[in-house]
Each structure stands twice: as structure tokens, then as C-alpha cells.
Design a protein around this ligand. Structure first.
Ligand code: HEC
Length: 143
């Protein structure tokens, strides 16, 4: 793995924001925020292995990918109803261009479902693919 790629992937994994939106009571918004947080947790698991904070564990990496794919599959249902509260970072673009939003959710699901991380060297490229799918959607659909 190239040094630059590795560093970029590690930075990406560390930069995943984990914000606490206290005060949100709407169940729809809570559910979608919770789903996003659990995506963040899986990425963190992979990121910790990439940084050497925890030893590479192929089974744990594959579990994280499976959970990512499962959670990504829930995104369309979690966002289908247009619910907005002041604490939400969801942009109107989600519902104005639902096809784009749902295609990005599906792209993340397919990326996670299609990846296999055989060894520690596989973490960097996997994090780049996954992180790219998160970032691609956030840049358009999240404040
Ligand atoms: C299909 C679009 C899409 C994809 C793909 C996506 N997100 Fe999000 N994400 C959003 C939107 C929209 C919000 C804002 C939701 C809100 O505030 O109501 C968000 C919010 C978040 C939040 C903040 C949650 C909170 O508590 O407010 C985190 C963390 C997050 N995403 C992580 C991730 C990670 C990690 C990935 C990739 C593994 C990912 N997201 C993929 C659209 C997406």
C-alpha cells in the first residue's frame, strides 16, 4: 500500500464526525441519526485496525462490513419521510432528488457487501471506498 493512500484513509476514518444531537425527540430523525452513528462505529472499527490501535482481525473486519451493508440498506426507509427539525443536518436535496440520494445509499450498501478484507493491507483501500461513499452523499445531502 502506498504511504499516501494509507495516511489519507486513516485521516478519513478519524475525521468521521460523531456528533451528539441532544434534544432531538422526533422518532424519525432519531432513527436516521442512530443509523448514521452506527455506520460511523463500523468505520471506526476498521479505522482502528488501519491505525494499528487494535490488531487486524479478519472476522471483525468482515463483521463490520456486513453491519455497514445492513445499515446502508436501511437508509432509504429511514429518510423517505421528509421530517426536518432544527438539529437535523439533512438537506432538502434528499427529497428534491430522491433518486440521487437513494442511489448513493445503494452504492454504499453494494461497496460494503462486495468488499473482502483479507489482511491488514486491505484496510486502506476498503476505507477509501467506504469513506468515499459516505463523503459523496454527505457533500450533497448533509449540511
Ligand atoms: C445516502 C446518503 C448518505 C450516506 C451514503 C451516508 N450518510 Fe451519513 N448522513 C447523511 C445525512 C443526510 C445525514 C444528516 C441526517 C440528519 O441530521 O437528519 C448524515 C449524518 C451522519 C452522521 C451524524 C449523525 C448524527 O448523530 O447527527 C454521521 C456520524 C454519519 N452520517 C456517518 C456516516 C458514515 C460513516 C457513512 C459511510 C459509512 C455515511 N454516513 C453514509 C447521509 C448519508
Amino acid at each position: 500500500m502506498k504511504a499516501f493512500g494509507f495516511a489519507a484513509a486513516v485521516t478519513l476514518a478519524a475525521a468521521v464526525p460523531v456528533t451528539a444531537h441532544n434534544g432531538v425527540t422526533d422518532p424519525v430523525v432519531m432513527a436516521r441519526m442512530h443509523g448514521m452513528k452506527s455506520l460511523g462505529m463500523q468505520l471506526k472499527t476498521l479505522g482502528a485496525m488501519a491505525k494499528g490501535e487494535r490488531p487486524f482481525d479478519a472476522a471483525a473486519a468482515q463483521d463490520a462490513l456486513a453491519l455497514l451493508a445492513e445499515e446502508a440498506g436501511r437508509i432509504p426507509a429511514q429518510f423517505r419521510d421528509k421530517v426536518t427539525v432544527p438539529q437535523s443536518e439533512a438537506r432538502p436535496a434528499i427529497w428534491e432528488d430522491w433518486d440521487d440520494f437513494s442511489a448513493r445509499a445503494e452504492a454504499l450498501r453494494l461497496a460494503a457487501a462486495g468488499l473482502e478484507i483479507a489482511d491488514a493491507d486491505g484496510l486502506g483501500p476498503a476505507l477509501r471506498d467506504l469513506g468515499g461513499a459516505c463523503k459523496g452523499c454527505h457533500s450533497v445531502h448533509r449540511e
